[in-house]
Design a protein around this ligand. Sequence first.
Ligand code: 13P
Length: 249
Amino acid sequence: MRNNIVAGNWKMNNDSSETEVLLTQLKSFKKPEGVRIMVAPAFTQLAQSTALLKDDAVAVVAQNINAAASGAYTGEVSASMLKGVGVHTVILGHSERRSLFHETDAGLASKVKSTLDAGMEVIFCFGEELKERKSNTHFDVVAQQIRVALFELPVSAWKQIILAYEPVWAIGTGETASPSQAQEMHSYIRSLIASKYDQATADSVSILYGGSVKPNNAQEIFAGEDVDGGLIGGASLKAEDFMAIVNAF
Ligand code: 13P
C-alpha cells in the first residue's frame, strides 16, 4: 500500500551553516512510525546533508537533474552524480522550474526517464495556475501535465513515482487549496491513473499536496482519503514547524 510522506523543499535556501543547524535540530526529534520524511536542500548542500543524516530516518532529495548522463552541459548535474552523494530521489516539474526556467512537460518526460533509468525515485510536481482554476480547466491542465510526462512509462515504473499536486496559486501565497479541493483533485488523479493503467497501480501511488501547508492546516489537508502527505516549502525551513507537519497524520 502507499506511503505517507512529508518532504521539505528548501528551494534556494540554507547555506552550509544553516543546513547544519536545521538538520541537527531535525535529527533531535523523535520520528513517527509510518511516515517517510525527506528534505531537499540545494545541490551544494546534498553531500553535507546525506553525511549529517546518515543514521537518521530523514532522506535527502535533490530539486532537479539534467536528463543527460554526462557531457557538455555547463552548470548541470546528472542522476549518477546525485547517487554518488547518497541521493536516491529527485523533485521534478516544480512550478518554479516550469515558470522561471521554462521546463516543459516533454522535457520533463525525458528527465523522469533518466531518473528512473538510474534506479532513482521521482517526486513529480504539477498543478494549475489561478486563471485555469477560475476558468474551470484545472482538471484538464493537470491531466495533460501527467499524461505527457508520465503516461509513456511502463506500469512497473510507477513503483518509483511519487506525485505532488501543487496548485500554483497556493505556493508561497499563504492561500491553500481547501481540504475538499485537494481531495477532489487527488481522487481525480488516482482515477486517471486507474483508467490508463489499473486500480492497483493507482492505489499504490502516493499523492502529496503542496502549497502553503503549515502546522495549523496540515491535519485537515492530510485527512483527505487520497492525500498521502505534503510537499512543504516555507514551513520546512523551521524544524519545529516541519516536524509538526510530519506529526499531523
Ligand atoms: P510553500 O509551502 O512555501 O507554499 O511552498 C510549496 C512548494 O512549492 C513546495 O514545493
